[in-house]
Design a binder for this molecule. Structure first.
Ligand code: FAD
Ligand code: DLZ
Length: 510
């Protein structure tokens, strides 16, 4: 008998390790759209369309390449509701005695798969996912003995390891590791932002859109205007589009937000990278080549490469180092419910409305919206980490537990005690005003703090600073904030705290 080779929905990579040494004649590849994976969170409908359509295209390409593929298409009436059900059936059908797969990205499912040997009485071989630059073991070795982990130092290791933007004598190109100081410009419409790369849905995608709208009608978001790449070929075209049109300005406007442009100069490649259509090394290589060819400046290319070989690998390392305990962390002791407007966008706070509405339409919001708008608000309002994590896991096409959880629980909510980030990303309305044109169109006044029409971020920010004095006053990166707070008159401080308490009482109405 041949083996069963399981390929998960985010393993759509021809060189995935599970396929190494496989036999086209004897082995059966298994891919399955199943209820349990499609329903463990309120996945955005565009995320479901992306995964199901990309899986179907990938299975077809494998078949055309001579592989035997058992493809379980989503069927609400099927008695196979989980990947385990599908594997159990295929073991019986084929008589296979061994299941081979590549390690799964989410602790939840990884934990289940590791029980299959016993539960299904079969040999289960789990191979390393070599699409990541650093293995779990390599990251654990790097982290060993360090009290606090800093992305910047890990990133330098990855630069040395890959040779990206390194001179032959081992120094960073441009004489600096990091050019972030150049990357904080507000965008005022010039140069115009490029239209995002679009693929019109083909027959497979159109069928999946119908399926998702029929079977997942209660799920968040809309399938309208679905235009993500669903094949490796399309994803490569999207990469080329980004390099040509957006990368040159990626650095300058990385932190900008806009009333009119959803995508600005971002790559929108995370949905493709995370499900395996694009290899992260290939993406970085293309960006680096653009710099050598003089087609993009170093601050843009370095910043972009850092997000992928630095942040992306760093958060994955932390996830596997600390799961499953990490998911339960709540060091700031937060327990407020997520306001309902996170699901509707129905709030008078313009920046929140814009970020949530884009999320609903696109299954996408760029980094600074996730971090400094919807994330910042959840931090200031003291939302229960589990609730805000589940929201982020559901609403973005690129969301998987391994990357979402450290970003939300660690970076945004500071619920891990500052293990991932050295200082909380808390900010008042002033920051949002500096980086966007939202405030001019807002119901609330960003220049007011205590009045009825004052921007809620302002008083909530000072409330946050005040309520966490014990945790943060000794942090050198926060000293200035405490000095500013202490400089205010007692009356002013009372008024700010009073206003914040009032806002916290009626979050749903903001
Ligand atoms: P670009 O701005 O073009 O960046 C290029 C690439 O760098 C991205 O495609 C991505 O692969 C990588 N990258 C950038 N920042 C990060 C980061 N902090 N962590 C990991 N990779 C990064 N990213 C996800 O892929 N999935 C998530 O579920 C996710 N959840 C997030 C939640 C919060 C609260 C925050 C603050 C960030 C989250 N990110 C997540 C990181 C980042 O916001 C997205 O990767 C990015 O917005 C994707 O859009 P893009 O491809 O246009 O990115
Ligand atoms: C996210 C997702 C969804 C929505 N559906 C499926 C599916 O039907 N079949 C599948 O194999 N994978 C799916 N996935 C991805 C997994 O839930 C999981 O997030 C990743 O495999 C983790 O590595």
């Amino acid at each position: 008998h041949g083996n069963l080779i399981l390929i998960l929905g985010d393993q759509l990579t021809p060189h995935i390790s599970a396929l190494a040494g496989a036999d086209r004649q004897r082995d059966t590849l298994v891919m399955a759209e199943v209820h349990d994976e499609a329903s463990y969170t309120n996945h955005h409908r565009k995320k479901l369309v992306l995964l199901f359509s990309a899986m179907r295209h990938f299975a077809r390409a494998l078949q055309e390449d001579g592989w035997q593929v058992h493809y379980h298409a989503y069927d609400p009436a099927s008695d196979r509701r989980s990947l385990e059900d599908v594997i159990r059936r295929q073991l019986a059908v084929t008589g296979a005695r061994r299941v081979i797969t590549t390690e799964c990205g989410e602790w939840r499912l990884d934990n289940e798969i590791r029980q299959w040997a016993q539960r299904l009485d079969v040999a289960v071989e789990i191979r390393l996912d070599d699409r990541f630059l650093a293995s779990k073991e390599e990251f654990a070795n790097w982290a060993k003995g360090r009290k606090q982990l800093r992305m910047e130092f890990f990133y330098r290791e990855m630069r040395r390891k890959t040779g990206f933007l390194m001179t032959p004598d081992g120094t960073p190109e441009g004489g600096q590791w990091n050019f972030d100081a150049d990357n904080r410009k507000k965008w005022t419409g010039r140069p115009p932002a490029p239209a995002p790369f679009r693929v019109e849905p083909d027959a497979i995608t159109r069928e999946v859109i119908e399926l998702v709208n029929g079977q997942f009608a209660g799920h968040f978001g809309t399938t309208d205007d679905f235009h993500f790449a669903v094949t490796a070929t399309d994803a490569r075209a999207a990469l080329a589009h980004f390099i040509d049109f957006a990368l040159p300005c990626f650095g300058d406007f990385q932190d900008a937000m806009s009333e009119t442009e959803d995508w600005l100069f971002h790559s929108i490649l995370s949905p493709s990278i995370n499900c395996g259509l694009l290899d992260p090394r290939e993406v970085c290589e293309a960006a680096v080549q653009a710099w050598y060819a003089g087609r993009a400046p170093l601050n843009a290319v370095e910043g972009f490469v850092r997000q992928i070989i630095g942040w992306r690998e760093f958060v994955r390392g932390i996830y596997w180092l600390h799961m499953p305990g990490y998911a339960a962390e709540n060091r700031l002791g937060y327990n407020r419910d997520l306001p309902w407007f996170y699901w509707t966008g129905d709030t008078r706070m313009r920046c929140m409305h814009k970020a949530i509405d884009a999320t609903r339409r696109n299954a996408y919001a760029h980094h600074i919206q996730r971090l400094m708008v919807t994330g910042n608000f959840a931090l200031l309002a003291g939302i229960r980490p589990e609730a805000i994590c589940d929201w982020y896991l559901a609403v973005y096409a690129d969301a998987y537990d391994w990357v979402e959880l450290p970003n939300v629980l660690g970076m945004v909510m500071h619920a891990d005690g500052g293990y991932l980030g050295s200082k909380p990303y808390a900010a008042s309305g002033k920051y949002i005003q500096r980086m966007s044109d939202h405030c001019a169109n807002c119901h609330y006044k960003v220049s007011h703090s205590t009045e009825e029409d004052a921007c809620p971020f302002n008083a909530l920010y000072w409330h946050f600073i005040h309520r966490h004095r014990k945790q943060f006053a000794a942090n050198p990166r926060m000293t200035m904030m405490y000095r500013n707070w202490d400089r205010q008159t007692p009356e002013r401080r009372q008024a700010l705290l009073g206003r914040a308490e009032d806002l916290l009482e009626r979050l749903e109405q903001l």
